[in-house]
Design a protein around this ligand. Structure first.
Ligand code: SAH
Length: 407
């Protein structure tokens, strides 16, 4: 089957779209996105997610991908091989390959990890996470949405979950792709409101139905471990705590106290649950506030810390927002640096895909300059192996971080 249902069968073979010559380079570099401006007269009347064939000005084959005229990313590439058709078999095979690449993780000390990381696993717009016996997926692009039933069948067959839950929601999907949200159980049992997962001997309750992303920030698993190594006996500020990932790891590693700071009440409630569930020691304070003001208030109250974690949400979703994002990162890091004792440690992150690593480092360096401090980088942090990054797709490696000693 080349297209997933009968209506689409009338687009078989796929329509041909022509790529402007000067824009064709990104395809030859195997960057998986083709922007609207790169196409000559992009059609407005094709079904969302339909497979199209891209050709150059001379009619030569350039690749195949999923088309969405409602997105500025008009085509998400699926193949550069003229003999490889976009079929149910292609989607199922790529899902099987991605799941297979994680086989070793199932035996490591976690039962929650990413199975499919979208473009980075050659499956544009598809995120799949395993949470214990449950599997959650997000079809975030028109192409992935169109092949949703194929995806669901493949996941059930390969992962044999107790339940398969769909979280195809989020602002980006609606705003940037023009897609309506779809949320709910697709197969098997409904997940419990708070599903317990395990990482490094700790357990966390995850809200699959309404939590951020698919419920938990799986991308920070190794980084929590790295930061915990600095927390023995430390007073820790866990900025942007969400459900307590960094804070629980810090307390388990022997932190004397943790301030968990987040602007979301439900996130902090889950955080408190997770702290209590793990029976970790130390004093715990929960601050429900906007971090920008709260960090200044902590300073005014004379508070000081040994370790500060800053893990804010995405500040820049496109290059156009970079200046504003840079100012935000600088301000936050400056405030955190003022709260750190000499010899203390700043663990700071950016998950803005549009902001490259060196720009983020520059913003932190500017903050250090204004704080009159030197920062010694002890670790550069990124994604764990279940979030591989495609080298031809810089936007895919969104998470970057530093562990830096304040001297
Ligand atoms: N560190 C977390 C993930 C953080 S996600 C972990 O390890 O799981 C970003 C968090 O920032 C979210 O929980 C969100 O509620 C919170 N947030 C967003 N804007 C904020 C603001 N201005 N001040 C404080 N928290 C904010």
């Amino acid at each position: 089957m080349q297209q997933p249902n009968a209506i689409l069968a009338c687009f078989d073979p796929p329509p041909k779209l022509t790529v402007a010559r000067e824009r064709g380079d990104s395809i030859s570099r195997r960057h998986p996105w083709v922007f609207t401006q790169a196409l000559i007269r992009p059609p407005q009347n094709l079904p969302q997610g339909l497979t199209v064939e891209l050709v150059d000005g001379k009619g030569r084959f350039a690749g195949r991908g999923s088309y969405n005229c409602d997105s500025r990313i008009a085509v998400r590439m699926l193949s550069y091989d003229p003999d490889e058709l976009v079929t149910e078999e292609l989607w199922a095979r790529r899902i099987a390959e991605a799941v297979g690449r994680r086989a070793a993780l199932a035996t490591a000390d976690t039962d929650a990890y990413r199975l499919v990381f979208s473009e980075n696993d050659l499956l544009p717009g598809l995120i799949v996470d395993r949470y214990g016996d449950y599997v959650v997926f997000q079809a975030l692009s028109a192409g992935a949405s169109l092949w949703r039933d194929t995806i669901a069948r493949a996941l059930v067959a390969m992962c044999q979950p107790k339940g398969l839950f769909e979280r195809s929601d989020g602002d980006d999907r609606r705003q940037h792709e023009g897609l309506e949200p779809t949320v709910g159980t697709v197969y098997g049992e409904d997940p419990p409101d708070h599903l317990l997962i395990h990482q490094d001997g700790l357990s966390f309750a995850v809200d699959i139905r309404a939590g951020h992303k698919t419920g938990f920030y799986l991308d920070q698993r190794q980084n929590r471990r790295a930061v915990a190594a600095y927390c023995q006996g430390a007073e820790v500020l866990n900025g942007f705590s969400y459900s307590g990932g960094f804070g629980v790891y810090a307390a388990a590693a022997g932190a004397s106290s943790v301030v968990h700071l987040d602007s979301s009440g439900p996130a902090l409630e889950l955080c408190r649950d997770n702290v209590e569930r793990n029976g970790v020691g130390g004093e715990h304070e929960y601050l429900c506030d906007n971090a920008f003001g709260a960090l200044r208030a902590l300073r005014e109250a004379g508070r000081m810390f040994d370790v500060a974690v800053l893990d804010p949400p995405k500040f820049a979703s496109a290059k156009a927002h970079l200046d504003k994002a840079t100012r935000g990162y600088k301000e936050l890091n400056l405030s955190a640096l003022k709260l750190l004792r000499r010899g203390g440690v700043l663990a700071t992150f950016s998950c803005s895909g549009a902001m490259e690593r060196h720009l983020f480092y520059r913003a932190v360096a500017e903050a250090a300059k204004d704080a009159g401090r030197d920062l010694l980088v002890e670790a550069e942090l990124g994604h764990p192996s279940d979030h591989p990054t495609l080298l031809s797709f810089p936007e895919g490696s969104y998470l970057k971080g530093l562990i830096a000693r304040v001297v």
